[in-house]
Write a protein that binds this ligand. Structure first.
Ligand SMILES: Cc1ncc(COP(=O)(O)O)c(C=O)c1O
Length: 421
């Protein structure tokens, strides 16, 4: 009898069987994962973006092990928590106050609570089809939900959440004209979980400006994008000035940790005890050790080189498919990007829905998996590169793509008969 529902605790981990076999991972190191049969794969899911330094980084793991040896749960204030907060705040500019949590969803939840407490308003506006975690308020309007695509005058809302159309400039003003109860807009620096949809030039700044003009805060959800393009916040790199940011994933290299960072006056309610926070495991020693050692390594990491390597990989992938008569495009950045079976990547979610082809994405996942490369099977999946994805690993990846593209050509090349349903 199977006791674990669907074999996985998070639905994001569900994979199709290959040759009747379910994939179970045994271990990982650097850019690679091994399954229980001992087969090796290059990993591009990387803990859904958490593992930026590569799997099982020795320096991070050593510090986490020491923290575990010192007590996993010391209950009271401990030195690592202070040091980790200082290390994080050293990278986040005006967002100088820190509260640690455990998962990205928790951090977003706390950020939304902070915004409601500060403004006295009830609603959070999130990007339709954005993914800001799986908690009730913000999972409304998630990618693939029935609310994620809507027309004017039909904005889906609950008493606590309302939606904005990403990259639609007019929709921002319209939202604030319609609704005076918005505490904050939460946005990602790109709509990553809907397939790395890039912001139109000036769009993010426009959202910030309109939100501010109406007394609402800006929350930058950087659980996925924070510390990915540089050792700091993606919103700051994009020229934004958020009031609060949620970070997670890359700050702990796969060890469960997340945080909110915010401006001191915005988070004062927590400091003064007027707003609740908690969590048995929030700011635990292993998480804090992971943050300190990860940030230390990221400070000396060559992001420019990594992103350039990924950009070359993106171009190579497009060329490989073109040689097989299949048109694809990519969106995002060199170390986090999506692949589209379309001549151009989508500029908004409506286009993303039109371009998505589940049959293509599943077939590509299976063909690459057979060739030793693990990519997400979803139509909006992303490929991540870690600092362990060296030129040599990227070369192996292009070889796997060549094998997979050759397999897919019979079904997906232009001019071929439509695939069987
Ligand atoms: C932008 C963003 N926000 C929040 C979350 C939720 O984080 P977690 O899965 O750690 O709860 C994710 C997870 O993928 C994310 O990408």
């Amino acid at each position: 009898m199977h006791n674990l529902i669907g074999d996985v605790s998070s639905a994001a981990r569900i994979l199709p069987d290959l040759d009747g076999e379910t994939l179970f991972i045994r271990n990982g190191k650097g850019a690679y994962l091994w399954d229980v049969q001992g087969r090796r794969y290059i990993d591009t899911a990387l803990g859904f973006g958490a593992v930026l330094l590569g799997h099982a980084n020795e320096r991070v793991n050593a510090q986490v092990a020491i923290a575990l040896g010192d007590s996993a749960a010391p209950s009271w204030a401990h030195a690592r928590e202070h040091a980790a907060a200082s290390a994080l705040a050293a990278h986040t500019g005006a967002l100088s106050k820190v509260i640690f949590t455990n998962s990205g969803s928790e951090a977003v939840h706390l950020a939304c609570r902070a915004a409601r407490a500060y403004t006295g308003r009830g609603k959070i506006a999130k990007m339709a089809a954005g993914f800001d975690g799986w908690f009730d308020d913000v999972s409304f309007g998630n990618v693939n939900s029935s609310q994620a695509c809507f027309s004017d005058q039909q904005r889906p809302s609950t008493p606590r959440t309302t939606l904005l159309r990403f990259n639609d400039f007019d929709d921002v003003q319209r939202l604030f004209d319609e609704d005076p109860d918005i505490a904050a807009v939460i946005l990602e620096p790109m709509l990553a979980n809907a397939g790395c949809i890039m912001p139109a030039p000036g769009y993010l700044e426009h959202v910030q400006k309109v939100a501010r003009a109406h007394g609402a805060l800006l929350i930058s959800d950087e659980v996925l994008m924070g510390f990915r393009q540089s050792a700091g916040l993606a919103s700051h790199q994009a020229g934004l000035d958020p009031d609060i940011a949620s970070v997670g994933k890359a700050i702990g290299n796969g060890v469960p940790v997340s945080a909110i960072v915010g401006k001191a006056h915005i988070l004062a309610g927590f400091e003064e005890g007027r707003v609740q926070r908690g969590g048995t495991f929030s700011g635990n020693p292993m998480a804090c050790a992971a943050v300190m050692s990860t940030l230390d390594l990221l400070d000396n990491a060559d992001y420019v080189q990594l992103i350039a390597r990924g950009e070359r990989l993106r171009e190579a992938i497009v060329d490989i498919f073109r040689a097989e008569g299949i048109t694809v495009s990519t969106s995002g950045y060199g170390n986090v990007f999506s692949l589209w079976p379309s001549p151009q990547p989508p500029a908004n979610y409506a286009q993303a829905l039109a371009f998505a082809n589940a049959e293509f994405s599943t077939a590509l996942h299976l063909a690459l998996r057979q060739a030793g490369l693990l990519v997400m099977p979803s139509v909006f999946g992303r490929l991540y590169l870690s600092f362990e994805h060296s030129d040599g690993v990227v070369l192996e990846m292009t070889a796997a793509f060549k094998v997979a593209a050759a397999k897919l050509t019979a079904r997906f090349a232009a001019g071929r008969p439509a695939p069987a349903a």
